[in-house]
Design a protein around this ligand. Sequence first.
Ligand code: COA
Length: 260
Amino acid sequence: MNFENILVEKNKGVAIITINRPKKLNALNRDTIQELHNAFNDLNNDDLVKIILVIGNGDKAFVAGADITEFANFSAEKGEMLARKGQEILFNFIENLTTPVIALINGFALGGGLELAMACHFRIASDNAKMGLPEVSLGLIPGYGGTQRLAQLVGKGKAMELIMTAGMITAQEAKENQLVNHVVPQEELRSFAEKITEKIMRNSPIAIGKAIKAVNANFKEGVNGYEVEITEFGNCFNTYDFQEGTKAFLEKRKANFKGK
Ligand code: COA
């Protein structure tokens, strides 16, 4: 995989995608969004990859938003297309991956940057991180799922306030509002994430993928999450990992999952 705007490393089941435009605070331009799509797609189809971490290069920003220079002259039609395509190929795409994706928010996560972090399955922030959806300060609204996912994570009232004020909150405030799960010193962000990835990787990848699908079902219009859960629960019984997991428990040994 050759990319210009991102770096991808793989090590013992963990893939790390680093958004690599530090001079532009890792702002998401069109090429970066396409490269991220390609990388996520490849990694999700790689059986050796059990978990994907996303971080921004440098110590200042995760991602400072969509690249404002690219849409400054857009018409309504082009604006709608930008949001639709972005949601489809990146933000909704990540949310629906069966490989767990964790955002490591290592600095500013603003606009499209916070939307990217919110599309991930959960988030860990460094203590210097600042988060917000400042689009109304540009005469816009969030277009990459921010109005929906922020309200899902922090509740409607807090989401309304954050969006209307275009303000930024600290990592600690983000944790108090359930936007991030953990806050750690910046130099410990990767090592802390490693501890969580180790725990996740002990478990069945195929069961984790089905759990992601069932949890997401709660937030999909017209989908009955309980029904999705019942179906996916049943599907687990057809897997090697279920046979292995239960056998290992009864034999009092560690399971050797294959993700099948
Ligand atoms: N799109 C395009 N370029 C961006 C960007 C974005 N979303 N965010 C930052 N940059 C660029 C800046 O233009 C600057 O480029 P330059 O050096 O060529 O002038 C560079 O990144 C560094 O940013 P700068 O503003 O100088 O850093 P700062 O420390 O003074 O401020 C921020 C940091 C994050 C507060 C500020 O960059 C900012 O407000 N960015 C936009 C955030 C936003 O509105 N995002 C939502 C977009 S929809």
